[in-house]
Design a protein around this ligand. Structure first.
Ligand SMILES: *Cc1c(COP(=O)(O)O)cnc(C)c1O
Length: 231
């Protein structure tokens, strides 16, 4: 795929985001587009940044490290993939936000590493809203407990929640899972837990980002609709 196609795709997605915001009475400025760039080559990432994308999402620490060292930080880099504890020390240095915190031992390690580098790390709690055994994320019924355990960690700020529903042909089928995440967000906000901000709902991908926006997404994570099918 050509770099000019990347720009055109981004413009189309921005229009669709604006329409979904309008339909649901939301302010479009509260919805950010993340370009998901796992396996995407550097030229097309640069094209996306040139087209105004200001969040890049990566799934693998090694791959992200190389790209971040090359392209720098005119934009934010977010980690959206499964994170192993032994990669925490790299993750806190590389990323502006980690969307995939789903267990206490990972949070403890991120907190320790963030403390060593003297920074405070923004994280989202990844929630398994479907209960599928194969999915990462904390089960939605255990999420409140995990959030309360992580909240006191001094070098982490919980900024919100992330989910990835099962794959469906019809994006409407994903709606209940997005609604579950939003309802959880509302319940966490009611608890007013110190250290927990709950401003972000990271949900919606190429196939279902419009439904996610209707259900309150603040960050949509789009890969294939920008860059084409991955190899
Ligand atoms: C790959 C990926 C995406 C993007 O999916 P597309 O279908 O390419 O838009 C979003 N979120 C996560 C966590 C991913 O791993």
């Amino acid at each position: 795929m050509m770099e000019s196609t990347v720009r055109t795709n981004i413009e189309r997605i921005r229009n669709r985001i604006a329409e979904a915001a309008l339909r649901s009475g939301r302010n479009v400025s509260n919805i950010r587009l993340m370009a998901v760039t796992k396996t995407v080559d550097d030229d097309r990432i640069v094209a996306a940044i040139d087209a105004g994308v200001d969040i890049i999402g990566e799934s693998y620490v090694q791959e992200a490290k190389r790209k971040i060292e090359k392209m720098g930080r005119p934009i934010e880099w977010h980690m959206i993939g499964y994170l192993q504890g032994n990669k925490a020390k790299y993750a806190v240095r590389l990323f502006d936000m980690i969307h995939s915190v789903d267990r206490m031992d990972l949070a403890v390690e991120l907190d320790r590493r963030a403390g060593m580098t003297g920074c405070r790390m923004n994280i989202l709690i990844e929630v398994n809203t479907s209960g599928e055994k194969t999915k990462s994320g904390v089960h939605h019924q255990e999420a409140m407990q995990l959030i309360k355990e992580i909240a006191p960690l001094e070098h982490l700020t919980i900024r919100g929640l992330m989910t990835m529903p099962p794959w469906f042909d019809d994006p409407e089928d994903a709606r209940p899972y997005f609604a579950t995440l939003r309802a959880l967000r509302d319940r966490v906000m009611e608890e007013q837990i110190p250290g927990v901000e709950m401003v972000e709902l990271s949900m919606g991908m190429s196939g279902d980002f419009e439904v996610a926006i209707e259900e309150g997404a603040t960050i949509v994570r789009v890969g294939r609709s920008i860059f084409g099918e991955r190899e």
